[in-house]
Write a protein that binds this ligand. Sequence first.
Ligand code: NAP
Ligand code: GDD
Length: 363
Amino acid sequence: MKTALITGITGQDGSFLAEFLLENGYEVHGTIRRSSVDFRERIAHLEGHPSFHLHYADLGDSMSIIQVVSKVLPDEIYNLAAQSHVQVSFDSPEFTADVDATGVLRILEAVRLCGLARTCRIYQASTSELYGKVEEVPQNEKTPFHPYSPYAVAKLYGYWIVKEYREAYGMFCCSGILFNHESERRGETFVTRKITLAAARIAQGKQEKLYLGNLSSLRDWGYAKDYVECMWLILQNEKPEDFVIATGEQHSVREFCELAFRRVGIELRFEGKDADEKGIDVKTGKVLIEVSPDFYRPTDVVNLWGDPTKAKRQLGWDPAQKTSFKQLVNLMVDADMAKVAVERAGEQVRTNLVEYLEKGIVK
Ligand code: NAP
Ligand code: GDD
């Protein structure tokens, strides 16, 4: 039985990867951070599993990382922990650099200090944001990097330090250059989830309007559950190498909106340009989407499109056999429709209860 350590196990990818590794017979250890509210929603269903273990550690705290690595003695480490929001990285650049850049170094050094350099394989969650102000489309493993946010600059350090430790110390450490991947577990401030949640709320009368930033931004969006399998495949490869993981398809934020609203029965028409563009309900004429400069970024990455040929050839991972763009949008919208319906039912129960208490029907 292999032992894996996942940093960032409470995140979208961490939760899917933990499930995948448990299904494949791994002993899974994950790091969590202390927080004033317990936010383990994505992994709550795994707690109590005999092969699932949690430890406190923070990527900003070397000692906590050394402690957990020396205790777990992992065969594989998946370093998924990060301040992962690009827009937030403009507000918290130093924190982002500490966690997303130096944090990677801390993991690599912990492995060396614990004498595991020859045995432990390390996956680093790298990103298509490295291509940033893109120099070619589509982007592959040889495309030059041009990071375009504090987040991307920090992740670029992570990418190079992994490569350096591979070459300097012969360590089996690799970067997965993953393009955007989404799911029903995606954080609610990333654009896809923001849209699917708003579509569900608007359809059920719980929200009036959705405010977004750049509607023309292009992304290569895949399903997170399909992508965690690649993280594992990268570490099972014969040699330590870096891989681009993407669908090879590109869509705009606007297209994502159209599909998401169509799924809830609302046909959208877009009118106007740039900050004046609006998404209008064709049937009612109501404006449902508006642009707000609050969601513009000082520098925005607008043209990500991945070429996953190498992953297909060497890892046998074929995006054509995986979740399609339309399936992804639909599954996210369906999950949010159910979530909003449950919230509404809860509200109704509370309203009824208050009424019954007031009327003395229940005591
Ligand atoms: P996510 O949902 O934001 O999860 C991030 C995880 O990192 C959470 O578990 C978070 O813990 C943890 N974390 C944050 N700061 C930490 C710190 N100082 N110490 C320890 N843990 C910390 O992100 P995701 O979408 O799953 O992405 C996983 C990784 O892949 C990230 O490194 C991200 O940058 C990278 N990536 C993501 C995508 C994508 O499209 N999803 C694409 C390319 C690369 P809390 O729950 O306590 O906050
Ligand atoms: N978040 C957000 N909110 N983005 C918006 C909005 C909005 O209201 N309106 C338009 N966008 C645009 C952003 O400007 C960006 O061009 C695009 O939608 C995608 O934004 P996000 O969903 O926040 O994701 P991201 O591409 O910046 O970053 C994600 O993918 C990276 C991989 O390329 C994150 O998961 C990163 O951690 C990851 O590395």
